[in-house]
Ligand binder design. Structure first.
Ligand SMILES: Nc1ncnc2c1ncn2[C@@H]1O[C@H](COP(=O)(O)OP(=O)(O)OP(=O)(O)O)[C@@H](O)[C@H]1O
Ligand SMILES: [Mg+2]
Length: 390
């Protein structure tokens, strides 16, 4: 059965263009020309997805999205794509906070619109289908070979890409216990719950962990680092492996952002992880660290779990990818492009680029990385689907 799409836009030209594009693609289309009518049709027509203009007569797009979110029942969630003419990041973030799942800046290419619609419809496919598949439960460690190489940037944005673009259930742990940065990167206050609330509870079970996880607007769930360096001491060596094991029952991917220390806590995480992404840049001191880390991880018997991620790969350092691979005697598995302004402005605004600017070169690079990360699971799923009786 064709999915039904509700188009809410007061511009007759946009309406015509959207109706034509969507019908060509085989979707059923219903349309409204103001916010109040849009809200009414959402209730009476039961569409599968809404394309919602921001500037609308009667109720604006934000108000419509908010009203729908307030009224739809527990466990139901209609995907909403906001269509905005405004270029400001803040406006987009406002739209996403109001309850939109994605946004597009006008004018947009029909192919881009159709790709977003497809991805959202897949992500919000009927719950029974989603529930039928057990979570993948894979732990991915992001280990920074040196401070400041971009480990946190990559872990956060990969988590968002895996969820928003590839439809995976994702949680992200800030394993940088003393100086965790996720609150800054994601604009969250010190009042939010953290791992300390898990480890100081009388007993640690999945229900407790679920209560402590912080839901980010992008749809990923966060386990934040302790609010102060002193409280970090409350987390003991065996806590994190137990926590990630619980999370395996709920999530496709559990990403853990850790720093360069090879202490017992970090070693515990490396041991739990199916894949260890060693994040590096192409400079000598970083290469030296990567070599030492590869040696240590090799002694522990985890060498085959390691994949090298070269960040800022196209920045000039005088050391080429080939040179780095030669020095490390290991291929660089992934490369993320250098885009200082995009990375730093996302950090300073508390809005990750994969959430608000996924169409930037840096966003594209992270999406490519996320696809590569998800490839083994996606291939297994395709094989299983082929083998299943029809
Ligand atoms: N691909 C990139 N291109 C340009 N700048 C980047 C890129 N990735 C990260 N940065 C910038 O590098 C700086 C450090 O990033 P980040 O905090 O993610 O690194 P880290 O390895 O987690 O650092 P720490 O050791 O403090 O935990 C930030 O200013 C960030 O904006
Ligand atoms: Mg960091």
């Amino acid at each position: 059965m064709a999915a039904k799409i509700l188009v809410v836009d007061d511009d007759p030209n946009v309406q015509r263009l959207l109706q034509y594009t969507l019908k060509q693609e085989g979707y059923e289309v219903v349309s409204a020309v103001d916010g109040a009518e849009g809200f009414r049709l959402w209730a009476s027509e039961l569409p599968d997805l809404i394309l919602l203009d921001v500037m609308l007569p009667k109720l604006d797009g934000y108000q419509v999205a908010q009203k729908i979110r307030a009224e739809e029942g527990e466990g139901s969630h209609i995907p909403i794509i906001m269509l905005t003419a405004e270029r400001e990041v803040e406006q987009k973030v406002r739209g996403l906070r109001a309850g939109a799942d994605d946004y597009l800046i006008k004018p947009f290419h029909p192919a881009e619109l159709l790709a977003r619609i497809k991805s959202l419809l897949a992500r919000f496919a009927p719950k029974e289908l989603m529930l039928a598949r057990p979570p993948l439960g894979r732990v991915l460690a992001f280990y920074g070979a040196k401070g400041g190489v971009g480990t946190t940037t990559i872990a956060i944005n990969a988590a968002i890409a895996l969820h928003r673009e590839l439809g995976r259930k994702v949680s992200l742990i800030d394993g940088n216990l003393q100086f965790g940065d996720h609150r800054v990167f994601l604009d969250l206050g010190l009042d939010r719950k953290s791992i300390v609330d898990v480890v100081t509870a009388p007993s640690m079970d999945l229900d407790l962990i679920k209560q402590v996880l912080v839901k980010h607007d992008s749809g990923i769930d966060l386990l934040l680092a302790p609010p102060t360096p002193e409280t970090a001491e409350l987390v003991t060596t065996d806590n994190l492996p137990v926590i990630v094991d619980h999370l395996r029952d709920l999530y496709d991917y559990i990403l853990v952002d850790i720093d360069k220390r090879l202490d017992d806590i970090n070693l515990g995480i490396l041991e739990s992880a199916e894949t260890i992404f060693v994040v590096m840049t192409a400079d000598l001191s970083c290469l030296k660290n990567v070599r030492l880390v590869l040696e240590t991880i090799g002694h522990l018997g985890f060498a085959d779990r390691v994949q090298l991620v070269l960040n800022r790969s196209n920045a000039f350092t005088g050391i080429s990818v080939k040179n780095a691979e030669g020095a490390l005697r290991k291929p660089i598995g992934h490369q993320i492009v250098n885009e200082y302004r995009g990375a730093i402005s996302a950090l300073n605004s508390g809005a990750p680029f994969m959430f608000t600017k996924s169409d930037s070169p840096l966003g594209g690079s992270l999406l490519q990385f996320a696809r590569a990360v998800d490839k083994p699971a996606a291939a297994e799923a395709a094989k299983a689907a082929l083998a299943a009786p029809r």
